[in-house]
Design a protein around this ligand. Structure first.
Ligand code: PAF
Length: 295
């Protein structure tokens, strides 16, 4: 496995692989990798001949008062992890390589970025779309792999590939959790021991919300209200949002049904954590499914 720092090195390597008829899977990351990323790398390896992982803490997607400076970084550790997971190439550019002097072109998405994290973190998705579009143009993968934990990001990237005619299949992969339920995240490293315990309010509330759907709640307001009340029992937790939206468009919905994304962002101490679930057919009570079955 090679580690390269320039776009040209990635292009040369990928060109050679494509000449041999090999398919390319791509896993974009900001590093400090964990088993969530590991599952993406493994899935890429299962579906493609070669796997490229990018490691770049993208300054453009962080707001002024966010954690760009303190975001954990450890390339040596990440390289060992990627090797173990079966990656073939790491692209670890510095900011100057990605944003050359005079840089002034951006990918700015409307619609899907208005709610949830797009609302709380203005400019965040402009940074995400711009960097992911650039990385796609450098790596030119056949498939790219994203975790469902960033549910809105997954929807936004899918929309971007359609809107910009990018010939890349976007593969969404399930959330990977710690044994006690906490969704894996590089930001979990910020949590003190007490906060780590308090952070379980998120996954517990995800399970609680899913159970309410299974029991037949169909009003999104009723569902998110009950979920908020559940989080508020934890004194260290501070809710940013708990919302139910349509997964494909990130628009508010007036009914809980299949493919609704129930998503939350919650501060635990100073750390902002996200979690979600997507309502599946199996979550909906039988009668409701029967009534709404398409003929
Ligand atoms: O999900 C992330 O880690 C980042 O948003 C991404 C997709 C690597 C873009 O910087």
């Amino acid at each position: 496995m090679e580690i390269v720092k320039t776009a040209k090195e990635v292009r040369d390597c990928v060109k050679e692989w494509k000449k041999q008829g090999l398919s390319i899977g791509f896993v974009p990351t900001m590093g400090y990798l964990h088993e969530g990323h590991g599952s993406l790398i493994k899935e890429a390896g299962a579906l493609c001949h070669k796997v490229v992982v990018s490691i770049f803490v993208n300054p453009m997607q962080f707001g002024e008062n966010e954690d760009f400076g303190s975001y954990p970084r450890d390339l040596e550790r990440d390289a060992a992890f990627c090797r173990e997971m079966g990656a073939d190439l790491i692209f670890a550019p510095d900011a100057e390589e990605m944003y050359t002097e005079g840089f002034c072109s951006y990918v700015d998405m409307e619609g899907l970025t208005r709610e949830l994290c797009g609302k709380s973190r203005p400019g965040h998705f402009r940074g995400v779309c711009t960097v992911v579009c650039k990385l796609f143009n450098i790596v030119t993968p056949d498939k790219a792999f994203f975790g469902q934990k960033d549910g809105q990001q997954l929807a936004v990237i899918r929309r971007m590939t359609v809107d910009l005619n990018l010939d890349i299949e976007i593969v969404g992969c399930p959330i990977v959790r710690e044994p006690d339920g906490l969704a894996k995240s590089s930001r979990n490293t910020y949590l003190s021991r007490e906060e780590r315990k308090a952070a379980l309010a998120l996954s517990r509330t995800i399970e609680f919300g899913r159970e309410l759907v299974r029991r037949g709640i169909t009003d999104p307001k009723e569902l998110t209200f009950a979920m908020k009340k559940n989080i508020e029992k934890e004194p260290l937790a501070n809710i940013d949002y708990v919302e139910a939206v349509l997964m494909d468009t990130i628009e508010k919905t007036d009914r809980i049904k299949e493919n609704v994304l129930v998503a939350m962002a919650v501060y635990v101490g100073k750390t902002r954590l996200i979690d979600n679930f997507i309502v599946g057919k199996a979550d909906l009570p039988g009668d409701w499914q029967e009534e709404n079955r398409e003929c």
